[in-house]
Ligand binder design. Structure first.
Ligand code: GLA
Length: 745
């Protein structure tokens, strides 16, 4: 019998096997806790049935010289600061004695079989009541391991943590070179894929110190070995300051660490108290970046849907009849939304929004959202944040009539909030100037004319909870766009000196707590996470938010680049994509192309519908209709990129149905884009993926118009994958695009 998937402990209790469908991760313990293997799944039948030999050697524990201590390059599961360790450490602690080093030894383990969960306990050799728990949980289907660390302080005095990473991962040495994939960006240009050769002697650190994951760098890395497709990939489940380091020594030993950034960080753990890090999710695949795209977004989606079901189930008894019905009938896919921010900015009023709601419904929109500008004093970004009461000039009778109207048309209703912020010009700030992060002897740095509320303060959280829930209940809100439009500064207020540096972490916990309380009170409420676009589109926030706004830039050419990057992490359902008119004056792009780009995730419309002709409205309505038909695949399927070449202006994605096993039928959607065609070259045939060679598929394409489908001859999976489709036919000129639906015949 082979070692089954999940967690298996060696009969001697000194090795642990974390086995997924396609990978094996082996931890060995002596005094130290070492990673012995992480890679393709190994047959381990001899461990359980034979002589217990798994064929994996304990590493040679000799250093190269006295200047290269072995401990520095040892593949320790959780290297601490202390002794002869000079690589990236995971934990640095100041002990009551003043000692600033740890000396951990392995003590015990526990396994929760059903949850696929392993905990290894290490204790300090001198102070054994200081415990470090390394926690692992295994996502068998997606080949992912989630790790974090808990410290328990059983001593009689407080200890201080100066550095507390979530995990260290070790990649096996290889003869050839690997590629490192990461995501970098800026506001309006988020998650651009960067590729570097991972050279020996490299030490690369990525981080954010802004209080949010940030648009500048995204907490994600993938390491690809092109010779065999072996790929390690991962992200942090955390919505605040973070850092990730990839260190490769001259011999190719590779250590990957990550967690909350140690920049301005310190946590005091009182006696008999504990502190835990966020999770670091990492996985392995032999299928290159495409395999990584398949797994991490699917892990995120599966987790999100499970959490949603759980919230509904636990709150079922307390739900109002209306909410219960909504929760029960709620489909897994998300609605098509309309939002007038791009078209109208702050210049909104009740008549205009009623009018837009009517037009949006005619397009087939299912969720009508009022963005910024609806609350007291909010005519520009200079005033109003914090005063979450409707503006009586713009909405004399409040927002309930608009929400009711939207509902009478069959749409849900959504509203924008930026809960963590306050403008100086607001009643809230006038009443509570001390509620923002500040130092009494420093000026308060404003960005977008706003200051950040101190979410460590319970009164602040209670005020926000009351305001948000009062609005949700009285207006009838189904969806909140939760924005966060500036980084945190002067993050010092309100905490005792020994805890002051924990403020960065506690702010994020405060956001999670607020979102969690609101979600518990209104389980069918959806939240979209936004931070000036994609500044907070991380996996941590998706425990509370359903979807993320990934960029304020909705130009279709920009969006292709941004979606190419962020889809390494976010499932399509969580990636909100709007059709707008952005960039049209500079670079007109056909409506079809813009719609097809937005088909890649959860569709939204942000165009100025008042400026649309009857023909444009008709065309847009047709695309919305088609999207809804294809949505179960487009939102809930596996999104892969068949090809992306920005310079050539070419992009192709293929989203594949997950339910193909259920009825033996498969459904896949290919999206194709050509933004330029300077030489009129014929394109190579586009080879598809993930089909069955022997199966025949029906093919229908749409190019410039939603009601003119083009039926193609049925073809076998073998032909489609090895010979390919004639993409040139659908992409004859600049800004041409197509949607191709593929179903089992
Ligand atoms: C941010 C968001 C936008 C919009 C504005 C409103 O910039 O990213 O989508 O909501 O705030 O002020």
């Amino acid at each position: 019998m082979d070692v089954p998937v999940g967690i298996t402990v060696h009969p001697l209790g000194n090795r642990f096997y974390l086995v997924t469908e396609n990978s094996t991760y082996i931890i060995g313990v002596s005094d130290l806790v070492l990673n012995l293997y992480w890679g393709p799944r190994l047959p381990l039948d001899r461990v359980l049935n034979g002589n217990g030999d798994d064929g994996i050697a304990w590493p040679d524990m000799h250093g190269r010289s006295s200047q290269d201590p072995w401990l520095t390059s040892a593949p320790e599961e959780y290297p601490v600061f202390g002794g002869l360790r000079y690589g990236d450490a995971c934990l640095k602690m100041i002990l009551p004695s003043g000692t600033r080093e740890l000396d951990l030894q392995y003590k015990s383990y526990s396994v929760k079989k059903k949850a696929n969960n392993l905990t290894l306990t290490l204790v300090d050799r001198t102070y054994p009541s200081i415990e470090v728990h390394l926690v692992y949980s295994v996502d068998v289907v997606n080949d992912i391991i989630a790790r974090n660390m808990h410290v328990f302080n059983g001593t009689a005095s407080a200890v201080q943590i100066e550095l507390g990473m979530s995990a260290a991962w070790h990649l096996p040495m290889v003869l050839g070179k690997r590629r490192l994939i990461r995501l970098a960006g800026a506001w309006g240009a988020e998650s651009q894929i960067q590729t570097d050769a991972l050279q020996p002697g490299t030490h690369l650190v990525l981080s954010s110190t802004r209080g949010i994951p940030s648009a500048q760098t995204y907490p994600y890395m993938a390491i690809v070995d092109d010779e065999n497709g072996h790929t390690y990939f991962g992200t942090l489940k955390w919505s605040g300051n973070w850092s990730m380091a990839m260190a490769v020594d001259i011999q190719g030993n590779t250590r990957w660490t990550g967690g909350i950034s140690s920049h301005d960080f310190m946590v005091t753990v009182e006696p008999n108290a504990a502190w835990a890090t966020p999770k670091f999710l990492a996985g392995f695949t032999t299928k290159g970046l495409s395999g990584a795209r398949h797994r991490l977004p699917n892990h995120v989606l599966t987790h999100q849907l499970a959490l949603r079901a759980c919230r509904h189930a636990t709150r079922q008894a307390q739900l109002s009849q209306l909410h219960r019905e909504m929760a029960e009938s709620a489909p897994k896919h998300l609605p098509v939304l309309y939002n007038s921010w791009e078209a109208a900015g702050f210049d909104i009023n009740v008549d205009q929004q009623f009018d837009l709601a009517t037009k949006a419904r005619a397009l087939g929109v299912e969720l009508f959202v009022v963005d910024d500008g609806w609350f007291r004093g909010r005519n520009s970004d200079r005033a109003g944040l914090g005063d979450w009461f409707h503006d009586t000039t713009k909405f004399p009778d409040g927002l309930a009539p608009l929400a009711n109207y939207a509902r009478s048309l069959g749409m849900c209703f959504g509203l924008w909030f930026e809960p963590e912020m306050v403008n100086k010009d607001s009643d809230l700030y006038r009443a509570h100037p001390d509620w923002v992060y500040h130092y009494d002897d420093r000026r308060r740095s404003e960005a977008r004319h706003q200051l950040v509320l101190n979410l460590v303060n319970k009164d602040v959280k209670d005020y926000l909870f009351e305001r948000l829930t009062a609005n949700i209940a009285s207006i009838g809100i189904d969806y909140i766009k939760w924005d966060m439009n500036r980084p945190i500064s002067e993050a010092g207020a309100g905490l005792a000196p020994e805890n002051a540096k924990q403020v960065w972490e506690l702010h994020v916990q405060g956001v999670y707590e607020l979102m969690g309380r609101i979600k518990d009170a209104f389980p069918s409420l959806s939240i979209e996470s936004c931070s000036s676009g994609g500044g907070r589109a991380d996996v941590g926030i998706l425990d509370f938010a359903d979807q993320c706004w990934v960029s304020d830039n909705t130009r279709p050419d920009a969006r292709l680049a941004i979606q190419h990057g962020i889809s390494l992490v976010l499932p399509p359902r969580a990636m909100v994509c709007w059709v707008t008119d952005m960039g049209q004056s500079d670079n007109p792009v056909p409506l079809a192309f813009r719609c097809h780009v937005a088909f890649m995730g959860t569709l939204g419309i942000g165009s100025n519908l008042n400026a649309y002709t009857a023909d444009q409205m008709k065309e847009l309505a047709g695309w919305v209709r088609l999207y809804k038909k294809l949505r179960p695949v487009l939102q809930l399927g596996f999104l892969d990129w068949l090809h992306y070449d920005d310079r050539a202006g070419l992009a192709f994605t293929m989203t594949t149905d997950k339910n193909d096993q259920q009825n033996g039928k498969k459904h896949a959607i290919v999206l194709g884009f050509r933004s330029k065609n300077p030489f009129s070259f014929v394109l190579p045939r586009l080879r598809l993926k993930q089909l069955e060679e022997q199966v025949t598929y029906n093919l229908v394409a749409w190019t410039t118009y939603p009601t003119s489908p083009i039926s193609l001859n049925p073809a076998s999976g073998a032909v489609l994958m090895h010979y390919g489709i004639d993409a040139s036919r659908f992409l004859p000129c600049s800004w041409s695009s197509f949607v191709l639906s593929i179903t089992t015949a």
